[in-house]
Design a protein around this ligand. Structure first.
Ligand code: 5GP
Ligand code: MN
Length: 325
């Protein structure tokens, strides 16, 4: 059963040592949600840790107080309360999960349709465009503090998960929250500049390498890009350099499904999938490969070589496209 904000606030008020976790390869919704909740709870006098497997990506270091977010320690620790944010399933917490030894209560706050509702108190709103929006509504409804660095973090989380307030998941409430955050002092232009107009040179070099290899299938309704380990090594690519590259092919006019294949070191391939049509549910397709996400944005990690995984996934998507459109 869905927990209420009030129950979650009650559990927080009874806890002292709290750990806030999010998923591997964190995006800005993960980082922004963790940071905002951590800062609010710190202001309430709680002892807060905020961990994820990869720590704080370079591209989000501009967020004030973001140094609070760390990789988990090698020795597991005990907590009164653990809160997972924006994490579709518990395994996606990776090493951050293993660093939590004993904990009295688990809270799971998320917006992924594929979330199996792990934890003791569960708040999943699959219509919310960003976990950052849920965290904001929670802080507001429970009268929790929203320090200025937390307001910035929420704004960044919502902006990135909605493609700058552009995607189908945006509601009137999302714009209202944007306005409320701006009134509270958030500098939207400064944040947008850091998020969308401050890339390292290697990202452009990477685009130069992968764009010529873009592959179109099914009368240009499927577009795919691939990134090999070799290219990543050559250009010293960081995980956050790759975020959003899929948008270059997604925005091609006849494309319905865009797929990014990234060769990982441990004999696996990470896929990232986007759909531009409600008739193709990429969460469903990625779930079949052991992943998950949202109907229009999902991902998975699949064992196999880049070529094997490409061929399997492209076949599956081809079948879905020809069946449903
Ligand atoms: P992205 O393609 O940007 O990495 O992720 C798109 C969405 O799918 C995000 O909401 C992300 O959390 C989810 N997602 C990405 N990879 C996986 C995965 O391996 N497993 C699950 N369950 N969800 C994923
Ligand atoms: Mn999210």
């Amino acid at each position: 059963m869905k927990a209420s904000f009030h129950e979650i606030a009650g559990a927080i008020s009874q806890a002292n040592r709290i750990v806030i976790l999010s998923h591997v390869r964190p995006d800005c919704d993960a980082i922004g949600s963790q940071l905002a909740l951590a800062l609010s709870l710190q202001q309430l006098g709680k002892e807060v840790s905020a961990w994820n497997e990869d720590g704080l990506p370079e591209s989000y270091r501009f967020l004030k107080k973001s140094a609070l977010i760390h990789q988990p320690p090698s020795e597991a620790e005990d907590f009164d309360l653990a809160i997972a944010l924006d994490t579709a399933n518990q395994e996606r917490l990776g090493t951050a999960l293993r660093a939590v030894r004993r904990v009295n209560l688990w809270i799971n706050i998320d917006h992924h349709a594929s979330n199996p509702c792990y934890g003791d108190l569960v708040y999943i709103d699959k219509i919310a465009p960003a976990t950052g929006q849920i965290v904001y509504e929670f802080l507001l409804s429970e009268g929790f503090p929203l320090p200025s660095a937390a307001a910035d973090a929420i704004y960044a989380a919502i902006s990135t998960d909605t493609g700058s307030f552009r995607y189908a998941n945006v509601t009137a409430r999302t714009f209202e929250i944007g306005a409320e955050l701006l009134r509270s002092g958030v500098n939207a232009a400064a944040i947008a500049n850091k998020l969308y107009e401050s890339y390292p040179k290697r990202r452009v070099q990477l685009l130069g390498q992968i764009l010529p290899e873009v592959h179109f299938d099914a009368d240009d309704q499927i577009a795919s890009m691939s990134l090999t380990k070799k290219t990543k090594q050559q250009l010293e690519i960081q995980p956050d350099d790759i975020d959003g590259l899929i948008d270059y092919v997604r925005s091609v006019e006849p494309v319905v499904v865009a797929i990014f294949f990234e060769e990982l070191p441990e004999g696996k391939v990470r896929i990232s999938m986007r759909s531009k049509d409600d008739r193709v549910d990429v969460n469903k397709i990625c779930s079949e490969f052991g992943g998950g996400g949202h109907p229009r944005a999902a991902g998975a990690r699949i064992r196999g070589s880049l070529e094997e995984v490409r061929s399997k996934v492209l076949q599956r998507v081809f079948h879905e496209i020809t069946k449903s459109l």
